[in-house]
Design a protein around this ligand. Structure first.
Ligand code: NAP
Ligand code: G4F
Length: 326
């Protein structure tokens, strides 16, 4: 029997990699997307899967639109990846961020509870919930202390997932994923901002790169590895929560050094701090402990920082040199 998987946020970074993974496993993939401009699905096209997914227009803030599709599709698996996912913007649009990241999750869970209770649910939780960290290495048992409206919204989404699991017996799991990047990352996030700028500087298209806190540290992995962990969670007999991380942290400065030196450039000549990119409340460091995911899911990261940086910088260089291929 062909399994159907529903993905919200299919036009985003993880949505594209997850769609490709599930198609490779012979799933029928239905993507939920809010109708925006005309070029929403460039990531699916880049991975060569745009024509293989069925797109349904739905907004997480429009409960009826989600429920209609869940009721009709009766999917075996539902991956909720939709969010206003840029932390910086969450201070400018806190209510919007909260509606998608918090209440929107409840809309998904209600749709499942009321119309398709056999559907297994994945919630895209985040290391941003650890915020002002309460332990040097964060695991599933580390207390949360979010530092942004985005983190607060995601904490609601995380707990409502657990609540529906405990209240209604849904197979609902939450992946607490640490930062994961790729050539398909949005240009507002620091890694892609750096890889793109390094490539542009190499080609003489830009002189400087302005960043915020260079000392912030993140546990960066590759998105292509992380969507595999999502899938593995939903193959477990019992739902649960898992930290997904590499267990290694680097600073923004380290990322700059790696990206520029890959192109034979010294980042110190080009990178400057601009206070406009500092945040009202910063998450100084995130470092995950993926031991549970390794032991129970058999998952481990396959891509180290150097490989990730190389992949991102090379992709940006190639896109700039042949823009039609982007
Ligand atoms: P992303 O590239 O920003 O993708 C988010 C997706 O959500 C986009 O397709 C976006 O569509 C969609 N969306 C936004 N508002 C929506 C709404 N009201 N209704 C339906 N869809 C909506 O994010 P990502 O990096 O792939 O991350 C996927 C998920 O994992 C997000 O929930 C994120 O918060 C979470 N997460 C990400 C990371 C990471 O490091 N990447 C780490 C932990 C957790 P538009 O682009 O058209 O708005
Ligand atoms: O790349 P970032 O914007 O990612 P951030 O805030 O860690 O959030 C990402 O990861 C979360 C998981 O922990 C996800 F849930 C979330 O959806 C998103 O995918 O910033 C990383 C760090 C921050 O400390 C930021 O202050 O880089 C620092 N930074 C320094 N200069 C900058 C800049 N960030 C951005 N975006 N732009 C800068 O110029």
């Amino acid at each position: 029997m062909t399994r159907t998987a529903l993905i919200t946020g299919i036009s985003g970074q993880d949505g594209a990699y997850l769609a490709r993974l599930l198609l490779d496993k012979s799933y029928r993939v239905v993507g939920l997307a809010p109708r925006r401009g005309s070029d929403m699905f460039w990531r699916l096209r880049t991975l060569g899967v745009a024509d293989d997914v069925r797109i349904e227009y739905a907004d997480l803030n429009d409960a009826a639109s989600v429920q209609r599709i869940v009721a009709r599709e009766q999917p075996q698996e539902f991956y909720n990846l939709a969010a206003q996912s840029f932390v910086g913007t969450s201070w400018e649009q806190p209510v919007h961020t909260g509606l998608i990241g918090g209440i929107g999750v409840t809309h998904c869970l209600e749709a499942i509870r009321q119309t398709s209770p056999h559907t297994r649910f994945y919630q895209a939780s985040t290391s941003e919930m650890f915020g002002k960290i309460q332990a040097p290495k964060q695991s599933e048992t580390t207390p949360f202390y979010p530092r942004s409206p985005y983190g607060v919204a995601k904490l609601y989404g995380h707990w409502i997932t657990i609540n529906y699991r405990e209240s209604f017996g849904l197979h609902a799991s939450s992946g607490i994923l640490f930062n994961h990047e790729s050539p398909l990352r949005g240009v507002e996030f620091v890694t892609r901002k750096i890889s793109l700028a390094a490539a542009r500087i190499k080609l003489g298209l830009q002189d400087k790169l302005f960043l915020g806190n260079l000392d912030a540290r993140r546990d960066w992995g590759f998105a292509g590895d992380y969507v595999d962990a999502m899938w593995r969670m939903l193959q477990q007999e019992a739902p649960d929560d898992y930290v997904v991380a590499t267990g290694v942290a680097h600073s923004v400065r380290d990322f700059c050094e790696a990206a520029f030196s890959h192109l034979g450039l010294d980042y110190q000549r080009y990178v400057e701090v601009d206070p406009q990119f500092l945040r009202p409340a910063e998450v100084d460091v995130l470092l995950g402990d993926p031991a549970k995911a390794q032991a129970r899911l058999g998952w481990s990261p396959q891509t180290n920082l150097k490989t990730l940086v190389t992949m991102m910088v090379d992709a940006d260089l190639q896109r700039l040199q042949s823009p039609a291929a982007a």
